[in-house]
Design a protein around this ligand. Sequence first.
Ligand code: 5GP
Ligand code: ZN
Length: 119
Amino acid sequence: MGSDCLFCRIVAGEIPATVVRETSTTLAFRDIDPKAPVHVLVVPKEHYVDVATLGQGDPVLAGEVLATAAAVAEDEGLLGDGFRLMFNTGAYGGQEVFHVHAHVLGGAPLGPMLTRSLG
Ligand code: 5GP
Ligand code: ZN
């Protein structure tokens, strides 16, 4: 994927980001437009489009993304009061960047899970 993908370019160091944690297979960096006091994105370094392709294509790597997200939550002091972990997926999920990323959100009460109700 590489040069066409924003998050591949962040992984490659071609676009700056505020990195908060890095492992051999994952990178965590602050969202450029935070929606909560803590808003960190966790990506696998390898390009997968979304959590469905990652989860089915490489469940071990998917677990490493979760482990990094948990470590970020701990580092950011979110374990006591709780946090939200979110993978927006596809058009209905509101996904804008098509390199799978977990949103780690916390630092204040986050409100209802969805603002739009059914019906
Ligand atoms: P999505 O809607 O795909 O789940 O989330 C994409 C997220 O990426 C958004 O929260 C957006 O603010 C963030 N984002 C978009 N461009 C950049 C960027 O260049 N750097 C960083 N750090 N975050 C970005
Ligand atoms: Zn990518």
